[in-house]
Design a binder for this molecule. Structure first.
Ligand SMILES: Nc1ncnc2c1ncn2[C@@H]1O[C@H](COP(=O)(O)OP(=O)(O)OP(=O)(O)O)[C@@H](O)[C@H]1O
Ligand code: SF4
Ligand SMILES: [Mg+2]
Length: 334
């Protein structure tokens, strides 16, 4: 977010855990960031990095029986959402926030028609009549590029393809013109043309409504196309955050560099396209106090065995959590 602009959302030191029968999984470990009005923030990181857990945690959407938020603040319009009543959170989720869940089963009810599911929030949260809500639902389907929307409203989720269901979920999340849209892997099942359409749609909404977006993806190519800023997560923490250009031009954390090096190159040989980061992410049940990337880091040196580095400034709005980045506290004392 540009310096000086008031954020719409401010997350401070968010921490959350999953509890399994015999372990506590530290899925989110002190995540802090801001989201500016109308800003698109990309959130990337390998599978299991805690991206979904962090976003679910901030809106009180973690499964109550197996997970909980254990610390932090989430400031929205001066309110701490982590301390809001369940009723207020529900209302905010229906009006100010839109959420595209990674798991489609979470959002679409198989026994209700798509028209019913799209019209319901318009009636409940925007107070539209049954007829107006129906028309609004058809408009939303058209907006996300589903042909013949009036007829499709009568159909049920199983009559839509995977990519179409994903578009319906995006339509649902946009139904109430949210101020913040959180989209978790929203374009994985979409072909490139539809993906481009959805991204264009989001750009429009952002212009028209000033909607801010948090976009979670494994696809750094998509991030390069739509994000203003990028957060890179590893083992439940932010390891680097930067304006999108700076991240691609001058990645500072060895993990970010490895992610970028693993990017598919359409012109490259097949092995290059299949390159993955060697090694495994750490177990979140048994995190130690040193840098979580150390076992996989080609640039690790003696200091890396010591306490984990916090995020340090490396440029305008650019920070990285790595001992290779000079610690400003030490520089000041030198
Ligand atoms: N229901 C659950 N019970 C126990 N642990 C879980 C549960 N869901 C997620 N986790 C653990 O929490 C950690 C963070 O998971 P999360 O779903 O946030 O990852 P992610 O970054 O969204 O990954 P992906 O890219 O695969 O969606 C992982 O180590 C995962 O194994
Ligand atoms: S702190 Fe050390 S081990 Fe961790 S990413 Fe930086 S160089 Fe690698
Ligand atoms: Mg996820």
């Amino acid at each position: 977010m540009p310096d000086g602009a008031a954020p719409i959302l401010e997350v401070r030191d968010l921490a959350a855990v999953y509890r399994t029968r015999d372990a506590v999984v530290h899925a989110v470990n002190g995540v802090s960031f801001t989201l500016g009005r109308g800003e698109v923030l990309g959130l990337v990181g390998e599978s299991g990095a805690g991206k979904s857990a962090a976003m679910l945690a901030l809106l009180g959407l973690l499964p109550a029986r197996s997970a909980s938020v254990v610390g932090g603040q989430v400031l929205f319009d001066g309110d701490d959402l982590l301390r809001a009543t369940p009723e207020r959170l529900r209302r905010l989720r229906g009006s100010e926030f839109g959420y595209v869940f990674q798991d489609p089963a979470t959002s679409l009810n198989p026994v209700l028609s798509i028209g019913h599911q799209l019209a319901e929030p318009l009636r409940v949260h925007r107070g539209l009549s049954r007829r107006a809500a129906r028309a609004g639902a058809a408009e939303l389907l058209a907006l996300v590029g589903i042909p013949d929307p009036k007829r499709r409203l009568e159909q049920y989720p199983h009559q839509f393809s995977g990519g179409q269901r994903q578009r319906v979920m995006i339509a649902m999340a946009l139904a109430c013109k949210p101020r913040v849209l959180i989209a978790d892997e929203p374009t994985t099942a979409l072909d490139v043309t539809v993906q481009a359409q959805i991204l264009e749609l989001l750009r429009d909404l952002r212009r028209q409504l000033g909607m801010a977006v948090i976009w979670i993806t494994h696809d750094l190519g998509v991030i390069a196309g739509i994000a203003d800023r990028v957060i890179v997560m590893y083992a439940g923490r932010i390891v680097e955050q930067a304006p999108v250009r700076a991240l691609f031009a001058d990645p500072r954390h060895p993990y970010t560099r490895a992610l970028l090096a693993a990017l598919p190159r359409p012109d490259g040989p097949r092995e290059a396209r299949l390159r993955a980061i060697p090694g495994q992410p750490p177990r979140l049940e048994t995190l130690t106090g040193d840098c979580p990337f150390r076992p996989r880091c080609a640039r690790a040196f003696d200091r890396c065995a010591g306490p984990r580095p916090e995020l340090r400034p490396v440029g305008p709005e650019h920070r990285a959590a790595c001992h290779l980045v000079p610690d400003p506290a030490e520089t000041a004392h030198a």
